[in-house]
Write a protein that binds this ligand. Structure first.
Ligand code: SF4
Length: 540
């Protein structure tokens, strides 16, 4: 990326550029649409970025970096914050020495997710400051502000983005940011070791801190009023601000930049001046509930607008109070597995054998759609193995023997490993069959590396988790590795036999994703050449 005075950037790129300009020492995360490009861009800019096996690990590594005084960025999509929620809540107690910015990229409308949870609730539940940019300039500015807030208050900060902010491009005028202080470790046992005696004190301190941040937020400069007609006042945040400006340009607008803790006195003052005060927000009634709970009278949207993304037309309808049925969007082409995708033959066989399939998150989730229709459940990353085991436990013998769990290689490393351990530890009477569809990449989010590819975020060789060795080492008795496209008959035979066994079987269906195969060969060749050059140098 060439850095100029005015740049057309997506919100993701703007966050990465701000992180780069602020000297962020480490970026960690797990790829997930719409957040993936943040770390990729940060790495392109020369920052130290790395994919973690999952979001919990990414946050824990980030927390360590921030304990050491570094400026740290951790990115994930909204459901990733569920995985990272355990360290998140306690990180609010421990606080940080440097800066810790956690990006939650929410997906209202579920363009590529299994739910449309509104992660603003996390800020409230974990008691953390949260900023919500409305365009790419604010994504840059709020990333810078988040670092400042995190360092000033020694607290992790949530930067909550949504799909449109992450991916839409608007003009950004980047600027240099104040450099970080050198990282160094300062001992603070009472502040960082959360045994109950210290955690009780830390919780009280956190509540006092957030009260002070709430008072500070009244004049923080992060919330802005756009003067307009007093007949209608709109309170909004994030991308909804842009829709509201276009839908009701004459209205007065209170644009909230820091949405936790809320600047309730500023909101009260604004609302009291308006004849009608309306809260425009995407997703859950997060703002409207908090504002009403403070005794401020505001209107919210009808429940029908809680679902899906907002747009200008929908906001016009909300302003008018129109609750008539909306015109459904034109039907797009249903997504499907690429022609030549290695998962195709696996699903054909699963369907042929009439398996009950506990599925997971990845390209292969498309196995649920025609022509395969070979997936019976899909809950969250890593759930396929546990769900399959549960089905095996309760179904009558003949049905139980048809149950198969299917999971991708990246998803397996993310959170399937513990399911496999459960499978060894509490094996069902009929055994179980797990298929890892190992396509050598994280295909669904755009071909990212993961610990079982043996390459880092920038595709350089590193330590590799060998799935079959891992499975054998934890005690899975039957492990097979097969190319499902090349050896379709053999794959079917082994699957048939495995379903009849009262033992555990792991079948690794290994064949690269056709979109990644060429690149994988290039990376492997480059690694071989580098190794040869290294040996030649040693010989000299
Ligand atoms: S991107 Fe790769 S894994 Fe995904 S459907 Fe296409 S070929 Fe299959």
């Amino acid at each position: 990326m060439k850095i100029t005075e005015r740049m057309l950037l997506s919100g993701n790129e703007a966050v990465a550029l701000a992180a780069h300009n602020a000297g962020v020492a480490l970026g960690t995360g797990y790829p997930g649409t719409p957040s993936t490009e943040i770390l990729e861009t940060f790495a392109d800019l020369g920052g130290h970025a790395q994919w973690s096996p999952n979001e919990k690990t990414a946050l824990e590594v980030g927390l360590g970096s921030a304990f050491g005084g570094g400026r740290t960025l951790v990115t994930m999509k909204h459901v990733g914050l569920n995985v990272a929620a355990d360290p998140l809540f306690t990180a609010a107690y421990t606080g940080v020495s440097g800066a810790l910015i956690i990006v939650s990229a929410d997906d209202p409308g579920m363009a590529s997710s299994q739910n449309e949870q509104d992660n603003r609730h996390y800020a409230q539940a974990a008691c953390l400051p949260m900023l919500e940019p409305s365009d790419s300039q604010e994504a840059f500015d709020f990333m810078a502000a988040a670092i400042e807030i995190s360092e000033q208050w020694r607290i992790p900060v949530l930067l909550r983005m949504t799909t449109r902010i992450c991916h839409s491009k608007t003009i950004v005028k980047p600027r240099p940011l104040p450099p970080p202080s050198p990282a160094s470790f300062q001992c603070d046992i009472q502040g960082r070791v959360m045994i109950p005696a210290y955690a009780r004190i830390a919780h009280k301190k956190l509540r006092q801190k957030i009260k002070k941040i709430a008072a500070w937020n009244e004049t923080s400069g992060l919330n802005k009023i756009v003067e307009g007609d007093q007949a209608l006042g709109i309170i909004s945040s994030g991308v909804s601000v842009v829709h509201a400006r276009e839908a009701a340009p004459e209205a007065s607008l209170l644009k909230l930049g820091m949405t936790h803790p809320l600047p309730l006195e500023s909101i009260r003052c604004f609302a009291e001046k308006m004849d009608r005060c309306l809260v425009i927000e995407e997703g859950d009634p997060y703002l409207v509930d908090a504002i009403r709970a403070a005794g401020i009278s505001v209107e919210g949207k009808d429940d029908m607008y809680r679902f899906g993304e907002l747009n200008v037309n929908r906001v016009r309808r909300i302003v008018k109070g129109d609750v008539s049925q909306e015109t459904p969007p034109p039907k797009g082409k249903p997504p499907q597995l690429c022609l030549g995708c290695p998962h195709r033959s696996v699903f054909e066989i699963l369907r042929k054998l009439d398996c009950i399939v506990a599925g997971d998150i990845g390209c292969y989730t498309l196995g649920v759609l025609p022509p395969f229709e070979a997936m019976d459940s899909c809950v969250c990353m890593g759930a396929s193995i546990g769900v399959g085991l549960g089905l095996r436990r309760v179904l009558p013998g003949e049905q139980a023997r048809r149950v198969v769990s299917i999971i991708g290689d990246s998803t397996f490393v993310h959170s399937g490993v513990t399911g496999l351990i459960e499978m060894v530890y509490n094996p069902p009477a009929t055994g179980h069959v797990v298929i890892i569809v190992d396509n050598g990449t994280t295909a669904m989010t755009g071909l990212q590396e993961h610990p079982a590819t043996g390459r880092t975020l920038d595709h350089q060789p590193t330590g590799k988790v060998v799935l079959e060795d891992l499975a054998r080492s934890i005690g899975v008795p039957n492990v097979h590795v097969i190319d499902p496209s090349k050896n379709q008959d053999q794959f079917e035979k082994i699957l048939r036999e495995s379903l009849q066994k009262e033992e555990l079987t792991l079948l690794i269906a290994r064949r690269p994703c056709i979109l990644a195969a060429k690149k994988i060969r290039e990376y492997e060749k480059a690694a071989e050449i580098a190794e040869c050059e290294c040996c030649a140098e040693m010989e000299e």
